[in-house]
Design a protein around this ligand. Structure first.
Ligand code: ADP
Length: 245
């Protein structure tokens, strides 16, 4: 955001640099149950983003002072691998990864039936293997599928996607160039059965009308992402059925 470029991000025909229209998201691929040693897992690609999520739990909460006698807590660790970006990223936790872990946990706690598991922890690990803007949304989308794959009771599965603004146009699902040189980025996650928004952030500036349009685009796209999440879980379930026959 706020960078400057001579690059035309949206041409006179409304086409973006990767050939998409304003209202198109990047190609999305979702797979459930990709890791053997975790209780649940998922792999997500959104454009050039490649993300793995793994879930352990519910299990005894550590550190113990975090235990809640009324419900389980959801602990999320979002991590960008050193090789996920073109300039090697300094490994380890930073302010950005702490922020993304926190907002992801808050979104997931809205759907996980945490009250069923007092004092427990549900641990979610999100690994960004390759980043190209939109990794917090890809990570949350993958984490929701991994939780379902782990058999953790949930009210719904949370999909996430961003909308934003570049070259004065409201665009769905910004890529890296649009994110770097655009005017706004608005990641959103919803509970599809109610359209409740469980994650909403905004970086940059938009008018109220642009903001409303961005929300509309992102909420509609979240429903498409949700369909792909459900398809991935169905494929996983039928594979399990075949293996047990
Ligand atoms: P998101 O990935 O959710 O869009 P940001 O807006 O913070 O989150 O980041 C946008 C993109 O900028 C990331 O997807 C990644 O491609 C790049 N990026 C973020 N942090 C770093 C970093 N420390 N080093 C290099 N690139 C980064």
């Amino acid at each position: 955001m706020s960078g400057h470029t001579d690059m035309v991000l949206v041409d006179e025909n409304g086409m973006r640099i990767d050939g998409r229209t304003a209202e198109e998201h990047r190609p999305i691929k979702i797979e459930a149950g990709v890791l053997h040693n975790a209780d649940g897992s998922a792999y997500v690609e959104i454009g050039k983003n490649k993300v793995l999520a793994a879930v352990y739990g519910p299990r005894e909460c550590h550190p113990r002072h975090l235990q809640n006698p009324q419900k389980a807590i959801v602990q999320v660790k979002y991590n960008m691998e050193a090789y996920s970006v073109s300039d090697r990223k300094r490994p380890g936790t930073d302010r950005r990864s702490i922020e993304i872990s926190k907002i992801t946990a808050e979104a997931l706690e809205k759907v996980v039936l945490t009250e069923l598991y007092p004092r427990a922890s549900i641990d979610v690990y999100i690994e960004i293997l390759q980043a190209n803007a939109g990794t917090r949304c890809a990570g949350l989308t993958a984490a929701s599928v991994a939780l379902a794959d782990a058999g953790i009771p949930m009210r719904d599965i949370v999909p996430a996607i961003a909308a934003g603004k570049a070259d004065g146009n409201v665009l769905l699902d910004l890529n890296k160039e649009e994110d770097n040189y655009g005017q706004a980025d608005v990641p959103i996650a919803i509970v599809p059965s109610t359209d409740e928004i469980v994650l909403l952030q905004m970086d940059g500036n938009m008018t109220r009308a642009e903001f409303d349009h961005a929300i509309e685009l992102a909420v509609n796209a979240c429903h498409e992402v949700h369909d792909l999440q459900v398809d991935a879980l169905k494929r996983r379930y039928s594979k399990n059925q075949e293996a047990s026959q």
